[in-house]
Design a protein around this ligand. Structure first.
Ligand code: PMV
Length: 309
């Protein structure tokens, strides 16, 4: 092996789905949960990507798999620098659950992009990598807003608004989030398509929900800047109720949200595409261990925590 590179997972604190329609959203990288790529020299003529994910799947991808998103990112990087595929073997080890709203696809793409740039001896800056990962996200998601690739490539808490420069999130006081996985995978592409259908059927009602989300996000970002975590928590829960109205929650997500709130969380909501995947809860530092236990007892398949600083 000659080196290792990586990229983090992420959560969306506020604003998923509405962000696709131009509403700002807040996203936070999870640096402790990452996709890692080991780079090995190889005799082989082609790049071979061997992918082991925590789902237990192991797949091999070669440069002949031109439709594969992993090959797409390799193609973009090598074409940009005007070089042929290097003789390397990339081994992906991602701890990020797939199709669970934690940005697994974007994290793997970002890590592979960094790996291939390293293998050809080039430095790829984050602006360029972000463009490349966004293109690959289109294969995964159809019409992504760009929030996942942006928070993952820059690895900083951000306020993201489509078509606008990235705004760093101002944090007045660090706060803690517990993440709980329903263990149910769900395709973001499908929930995004369903929200689109709903918007076409009931434009006035759905526009009102997006407007309400925008209002709460503007208040929430001010609370984050001022360190008012309790008030932020109420808005997080309000965001969950608005996501329920967009039909992207599920019984399992609602159960975890209710468990978190009845056990003292400041607020809780689904995070990401919804219908499955992960729930997030804002909690006091001293409550983290107990909250994780409650969420596991309530059926979560896995729990994590992170500090937002
Ligand atoms: O990839 P996910 O499941 O975290 O969803 C990303 C957030 C959405 O707003 C649902 C989609 C998007 O492209 O912004």
């Amino acid at each position: 092996m000659f080196t290792t590179v990586s990229a983090p997972s992420k959560i969306i604190l506020l604003g998923e789905h509405a962000v696709v329609y131009g509403v700002p959203a807040v996203a936070i990288p999870i640096s402790s949960l990452r996709a890692t790529v080991e780079i090995y020299e190889s005799e082989s003529e082609f790049v071979i990507v061997s992918s082991t994910t925590n789902s237990g799947r192991s797949i091999e991808v070669t440069s002949k798999d031109v439709e594969n998103p992993l090959i797409r990112i390799i193609q973009q990087v090598t074409e940009h620098f005007g070089v042929t595929y290097p003789k390397v073997r990339l081994v992906i080890d991602s701890k990020i659950p797939i199709a669970s709203g934690l940005g697994s696809g974007a994290a793997v793409s970002a890590a592979v992009g960094r790996a291939i740039a390293t293998a050809i001896g080039k430095n790829i800056d984050n602006d360029l990598l972000n463009q490349f990962v966004f293109d690959v996200e289109k294969i995964h998601h159809g019409t992504p807003s760009g929030i996942d690739n942006t928070v993952i490539v820059y690895e900083k808490p951000i306020i993201f608004e489509k078509g606008k420069p990235i705004e760093p999130l101002k944090i007045g006081q660090p706060f803690h989030i517990v993440i709980a996985d329903t263990g149910i995978t769900a395709l973001t592409r499908e929930s995004v398509a369903d929200v689109k259908r709903l918007y076409q059927e009931k434009p006035t009602d759905i526009k009102k929900i997006f407007d309400d989300i925008e209002t709460l996000i503007r208040q929430a970002t001010q609370h984050i800047a001022d360190g008012n975590i309790k008030q932020l928590g109420s808005l997080v829960t309000l965001n969950h109720h608005l996501l329920q109205k967009l039909t992207v929650s599920s019984d399992e997500l609602d159960n975890l949200v209710n468990t978190a709130i009845s056990n003292g969380a400041f607020g809780a909501k689904l995070s990401g595409g919804g219908r499955g995947g992960n729930m997030i809860a804002l909690v006091k530092k001293s409550d983290i261990t107990q909250m994780k236990r409650c969420l596991l007892d309530a059926g979560a398949s896995n729990v994590y925590d992170t500090q937002v600083v």
